[in-house]
Design a protein around this ligand. Structure first.
Ligand SMILES: CC(C)(COP(=O)(O)OP(=O)(O)OC[C@H]1O[C@@H](n2cnc3c(N)ncnc32)[C@H](O)[C@@H]1OP(=O)(O)O)[C@@H](O)C(=O)NCCC(=O)NCCS
Length: 206
């Protein structure tokens, strides 16, 4: 059931996504996203194959589905030097061990929106990325018309660093995407000549 009635006092809990979540995870993705994902993607998520994920459930649900997913986030670790944002990461990004966390999908079923669930899921991703010493940033793409998600990432202090023309192809039509970035573990953008001069002149760090 992907449009549950919200219990009078929802108690949102977060847990790893597991194999028993396969059907509901696939179902919610089908409802929330205009993009179709391969079945292998869902199997990889629930089995934790190269993908990390967190699920949200309402443990106070009165319909007995207190362990059914109502929200999720999925992400993957990528090598910084192989990523499209290697140029945004400063001088040491080409080091072979530097990594990034790329958010693949994020969603909350309609009945449970505006409860802060997506914010908590993104916080889990940031906490996870921060716990990896080699990780420099969390990043993601969002379609340019998705204002709820854009507001969410801005509110979570992600920086919009790029607009990619025609990034998404949906039903034969191209749509732009924004690339959002959140630095962790001291990751930062490369020093521009202007910033460099400012540092030399003022001794300020940035
Ligand atoms: C985007 C989405 C994940 C937000 O989930 P949520 O749990 O409702 O988000 P939160 O309650 O944590 O909201 C946090 C902030 O996001 C922004 N936001 C969320 N919903 C919004 C809306 N409908 N309109 C405008 N801003 C919105 C607000 O800034 C909000 O902060 P506020 O409550 O202080 O105003 C959810 O709407 C969704 O699943 N949408 C469909 C799938 C999707 O678009 N996923 C993102 C793909 S990149």
């Amino acid at each position: 059931m992907v449009n549950p009635n919200v219990s009078s006092q929802p108690k949102i809990c977060y847990r790893p996504i597991r194999p028993s979540d396969l059907d509901i995870l696939e179902h919610i993705h089908g409802r929330l996203f205009p993009i179709r994902y391969e079945s292998t993607f869902f199997h990889d998520v629930v089995n934790g194959r190269d993908i990390v994920s967190w699920g949200a459930v309402d443990s106070n649900r009165s319909d007995g589905r207190s362990d059914e997913l109502i929200g999720f986030v999925t992400a993957r670790i990528v090598l910084a030097k192989e990523s499209e944002i290697v140029d945004m990461l400063g001088y040491d990004s080409a080091r072979s061990d530097q990594t990034l966390v790329y958010v693949l999908t994020l969603g909350v079923v309609e009945a449970y929106r505006s409860f802060g669930i997506a914010s908590s899921l993104i916080r889990e991703v940031i906490k996870y990325a921060s716990s990896i010493p080699t990780c420099r940033a969390v990043y993601l793409h969002v379609i340019s018309y998705n204002n709820p998600a854009i507001n969410l990432y801005k509110k979570m202090s992600f920086k919009c660093v790029r607009r990619l023309q025609g990034f998404y192809l949906i039903n034969g039509q191209h749509y732009d995407s924004f690339l959002f970035l959140y630095y962790v573990n001291g990751g930062r953008s490369p020093c521009s000549p202007l910033k460099f001069c400012a540092i030399l002149l003022t001794g300020l760090s940035f």
